[in-house]
Design a protein around this ligand. Structure first.
Ligand code: APR
Length: 169
C-alpha cells in the first residue's frame, strides 16, 4: 500500500528517488514546474528529453536527474491533458499520467516519488478534480513504490489534495 504524503513547496527540493515533471510532448522543457526542474537539473535534461521524445499525453518516460542532488536519480516526464471542458477524455489521460509514472518508477526500482499537480497550471485542469484523480489512481495502482509525495505549490492546491486524501481515507 503506497503511503501518500502532501507537502507544500518546490518539487526541486524533494529528497526522493524520482521526481515527476509535468512536461510537454517535446520533453525539451517549458515553464511552470517543468521549467523549474529543467533549471535545477541543468541543460543535459533537455538534451536527454529531446533524445527520447516526443511523449504522448498520458504516457511517461524517464531520464537521469543530472545536476539534481542525491537521492534524486531520475526524472519521470509525463504529459498531462490540456483541459477542454472535460468531455474529451481529459480525466482518463490524467489518470494515465499517474499510472504510467508509477509503472516507470517500478522499472527504475524507485521507491519514493514526488509528483506535482499535473495539468492544473498552464493546461487548466480543475485542481479539485485533478487531486481526486491523482489520489484515486495512486491508491489503486499495483506498484512497488512505497511513498508518494504530492507537492503542492500553493495553499489552494494543498487544500484540494488534502480533501482528496481525506475523502478516500
Ligand atoms: N514545484 C512544485 N509545483 C510547481 C512548481 C514547483 N517548482 N512550479 C509550478 N508548480 C505547480 C503549478 O502551480 C501547478 O499546480 O505545478 C502544477 C502544474 O502546472 P504547470 O507547470 O503549468 O504544468 P501543466 O499545467 O501540466 O502544463 C504543462 O506547461 O510548463 C509548460 O512545458 C510545460 O507545456 C507544458 C505545460
Amino acid at each position: 500500500m503506497v503511503v501518500i504524503e502532501i507537502v507544500t513547496g518546490d518539487i526541486t527540493r524533494e529528497q526522493v528517488d524520482a521526481i515527476v515533471t509535468a512536461a510537454n510532448e517535446s520533453l525539451l522543457g517549458g515553464g511552470g514546474v517543468d521549467g523549474a526542474i529543467h533549471r535545477a537539473a541543468g541543460p543535459r535534461l533537455a538534451q536527454a528529453g529531446g533524445a527520447i521524445g516526443p511523449c504522448e499525453p498520458g504516457d511517461a518516460m524517464p531520464t537521469p536527474a543530472f545536476d539534481l542532488d542525491p537521492p534524486v536519480r531520475h526524472i519521470i516526464h509525463t504529459v498531462g491533458p490540456i483541459w477542454e471542458g472535460g468531455d474529451h477524455g481529459e480525466a482518463d489521460v490524467l489518470a494515465s499520467c499517474y499510472r504510467r509514472s508509477l509503472q516507470v518508477a517500478d522499472e527504475l526500482d524507485a521507491r519514493t516519488v514526488a509528483f506535482p499537480a499535473i495539468a492544473t497550471g498552464v493546461y487548466g485542469f480543475p485542481p479539485d478534480q485533478a487531486a481526486r484523480i491523482a489520489v484515486a489512481t495512486i491508491r489503486s495502482a499495483s506498484t512497488d513504490v512505497q511513498r508518494v509525495r504530492l507537492v503542492a505549490f500553493d495553499d489552494d492546491s494543498r487544500r484540494h489534495l488534502e480533501a482528496a486524501v481525506a475523502a478516500t481515507a
